[in-house]
Design a protein. Sequence first.
Length: 413
Amino acid sequence: MANRVAVITMGVKLGHETKGYTRFLSVCQALRAAGFDVDLYTSSFQHWYKQQRDKVAFPYDMYDFGVKFIDEPGYKKNIDPARIRSHSIAAKNLMKMLEAGPEYDLIYSEIPPNDVALSAARFAESRDIPFVADINDLWPEAMRMVIDIPVISDILFSKLAKDAREVYRRLSAVVGTSDEYAMRPYTDCNQSIEHITVYVGNDLNAFDEGARAHSPEVKKPQGEFWVTYTGTLGKSYDIKTMIDASEELVNRGYPNIKMMILGDGPDGPALRDYAASTKANVEFTGYMDYSVMAAYLAKSDITVNSLVRKAPQSIVTKIGDYLAAGCPMINTGESREFCNKVESDGFGVNVMAEDRTILANAILDLYQDPERCAQMGKNARLIAEQQFDRKNSYKKICDLVGRLIASKDKPKP
């Protein structure tokens, strides 16, 4: 009989949805391909649409693993007391589901949300089975980008911090989407546990197929030079400086350099209004299907990992897609790990965040040096193939899960 694994995440794109993350869908698929029986536990509430899923009409037969929905009431904003309450209810409901469900050999859970992960960790502890946390963000650190008030923030986020410590203390192993994230638990957990870094990455075949299929519909006028951002339009991501840099480039005589903003989010309406008040050459496309986004990226000349100062993000989801596009990257993030990677792997340049002139200069330097751009693009694509393609990189997760289960099943000396 195959070993059974529960995979837990509150944020995943499923069925025919067009918005959401796919990391944990790929984790489930990789584990199934490796011979494990898998159940995916995820929220009844679709975070990106901000609405409840139709659990009755859901196409469960699309997958060769089980899909189980955790009831939670939902919320209207990403940073919202209602979200904290909703996750708290989900955490309690998850525990009930796990206790009533089948026996598992290992629990693999995303963190955050911290309280949901803690329910998973406590269940694994109660059943004496391995527990693995997949860390793809740091709460409450990321929350301080929005609310950072001395003393008050400490009080407000104290439960999030406590829950994170309690999760880390129950770990059998840790998977991080960057080295920084993979090492974060060691402040609080057993130093002897194993850790691995597996970038969020992407399915390179799916990216390439999408880019080919939708290339004809993505119209790029002759002579335009696209500088592209894709993802959330929110507090951590510095789109305003991209708009300002575009205006500066237009004023310098480069109206053909165009900022392409793919995606949307809470700051979208305000950013569109701001861009309209300037001379900037900016296009906001809104959300789009992943395959269409791939086609836009493939036709871009530069990508921008545009983060505000002191943003806590390390190696974010979009990086795999940026690299797959095979064009140079401008990085404004301050993560030492990623800055070192940009330089050592030779696929882009690091610049100071929130400075319109510095960003405009970096864009212009690349625009005027096509040979350098071409070499950076080749390097980017090579790194995508070697380190970010999920069909290869996610095997590390399967190997880790297999080792932990085998180790548990060994007779005690």
